[in-house]
Design a protein around this ligand. Structure first.
Ligand SMILES: Nc1ncnc2c1ncn2[C@@H]1O[C@H](COP(=O)(O)OP(=O)(O)OP(=O)(O)O)[C@@H](O)[C@H]1O
Ligand SMILES: [Mg+2]
Length: 316
C-alpha cells in the first residue's frame, strides 16, 4: 500500500558494461510510462549526457534560438554534482522535457522531467563523497522534491541512467534506488558482468547503505533472432538465471537509433514497430515485478501488439 504522499518507484538501469542499451532503455521506458499517464523523472548519472541530450533536444533548440549559441544549454545546467553539494538544489535542477511527437507538431511537455548531466559530473572526486552524508545526499534530495511551477513534483517513477563504470556517484545512486534493472547484450562476457553487478548490490546491502535494494532482473537487448548464436545464448542464459531472467527481449532495430537521434521515444515515433512492442512488454514485466501491474494486466493508452512474442521466436 502506498503512503498518503505517494512515493515514486525508483529504478536504477545499471550495468557496468558499456553499450548494452541502458540509455535506450531509460529513454523508451520513460516514454511508455508517460504515455500511459504516469509522471516520470529521469535522472542522468552519466557524464556523457546521452539521455539528457535526447530528452532535452527540443529544449536545447529553444535555448539556441533565444541565445544564439549551439548546444550550450547542457553546459549551464545543474547536475547531480550540484545536488550532492547541496541536496535542496534538486528543485532547481529539474527541467521539463519538451517532446515533439510528429513532424511539424509543437514540442510540448508530455509527463517527463529530467535532471540532466554534463561533462562536469566527471569532476566529482572520491574525496567529495567520502563522508556518509554524501553517500545519502541523492536519497535525501529526492525526499526534498517540492511543488514548484518549474516541474511536476508528484512523480510515479524515477529512472536513473547509469554510466558504464562504477564509482562513488553510482554507489550513492544505488543507495537512493528501490530496484535495479539490468540490460545486457548477448555475448559471452555478459554473464561475468552480471556476477560483478550482483557483488556490488550485495555489498551495498551488506554495508547497510540500502538493505532493501532489489534486483528486478536481467533482460537482453539488441537481439538478432535470426542469428543462431543469439538464439542459443538466449536459451542458455535463460536457463542459467532462472527467475532473475526477464523473458521479454528487445530486438535490434534501427528505429531505436533513430528515436534517440531525433529525441522522440519509440512509443510516439513508431507505435506499432516490433522494437516498440518489445519495450512495452519489458516495461509491463518490470511493473509486474515491482508489484504495480498484475500478471497479464496491460498499461493503458498504448498500442499493445498481438502475435508471437520475440521470446517465443527465440525459444521456438
Ligand atoms: N534495440 C536497439 N537496436 C539497435 N540499436 C540500438 C538498440 N538499442 C540501442 N541501440 C544503439 O546502441 C548504441 C548503444 O546504446 P546505448 O547508448 O543505449 O547503450 P548504453 O548502455 O547506454 O551505453 P553507455 O554504456 O555508453 O552509456 C546506441 O547507438 C543506440 O542507439
Ligand atoms: Mg548510456
Amino acid at each position: 500500500m502506498r503512503a498518503t504522499k505517494k512515493q515514486p518507484i525508483r529504478i536504477a538501469v545499471f550495468n557496468q558494461k558499456g553499450g548494452v542499451a541502458k540509455t535506450a532503455t531509460v529513454f523508451n521506458m520513460a516514454g511508455i510510462l508517460a504515455k500511459s499517464g504516469s509522471k516520470v523523472l529521469v535522472i542522468d548519472v552519466d557524464s556523457q549526457a546521452n539521455v539528457s541530450s535526447s530528452l532535452l533536444m527540443e529544449n536545447m533548440a529553444d535555448y539556441d534560438e533565444k541565445h544564439g549559441t549551439v548546444g550550450q544549454m547542457l553546459d549551464e545546467v545543474m547536475t547531480l554534482k550540484d545536488i550532492i553539494e547541496v541536496p535542496s538544489r534538486i528543485n532547481d535542477a529539474i527541467i521539463k522535457a519538451k517532446i515533439c511527437i510528429r513532424d511539424g507538431g509543437a514540442a510540448k511537455w508530455r509527463g517527463i522531467d529530467v535532471i540532466p548531466a554534463n561533462s562536469r559530473l566527471q569532476d566529482l572526486k572520491v574525496e567529495d563523497m567520502d563522508d556518509e552524508d554524501s553517500l545519502y545526499a541523492i536519497r535525501d534530495a529526492i525526499g526534498m522534491i517540492r511543488r514548484t511551477r518549474k516541474h511536476a513534483y508528484d512523480y510515479d517513477y524515477i529512472l536513473f541512467d547509469f554510466p558504464p563504470h562504477l564509482g562513488e556517484l553510482s554507489v550513492a545512486v544505488l543507495a537512493a534506488s528501490d530496484h535495479v534493472l539490468v540490460p545486457a547484450t548477448v555475448d559471452s562476457y555478459s554473464m561475468n558482468g552480471y556476477g560483478e553487478l550482483m557483488d556490488t548490490v550485495e555489498s551495498i546491502r551488506a554495508m547497510g547503505l540500502n538493505p532493501d535494494l532489489d534486483i528486478i532482473g536481467v533482460f537482453f537487448t539488441m537481439i538478432q533472432p535470426l542469428q543462431k548464436y543469439d538464439r542459443s545464448m538466449y536459451q542458455d542464459v535463460r536457463e542459467q538465471l532462472g527467475d532473475a531472467f526477464i523473458d521479454t527481449p528487445i530486438r535490434s532495430n534501427s528505429n531505436a537509433k533513430l528515436a534517440a537521434h531525433i529525441g522522440c521515444p519509440l512509443c510516439w515515433l513508431k507505435r506499432t514497430a516490433g522494437v516498440t512492442q518489445d519495450y512495452i512488454a519489458v516495461t509491463e514485466e518490470v511493473l509486474c515485478r515491482c508489484g504495480v501491474l498484475k500478471k497479464g494486466e496491460h498499461l493503458p493508452n498504448l498500442t499493445n501488439g498481438a502475435g508471437k512474442s520475440l521470446s517465443g521466436r527465440l525459444m521456438g
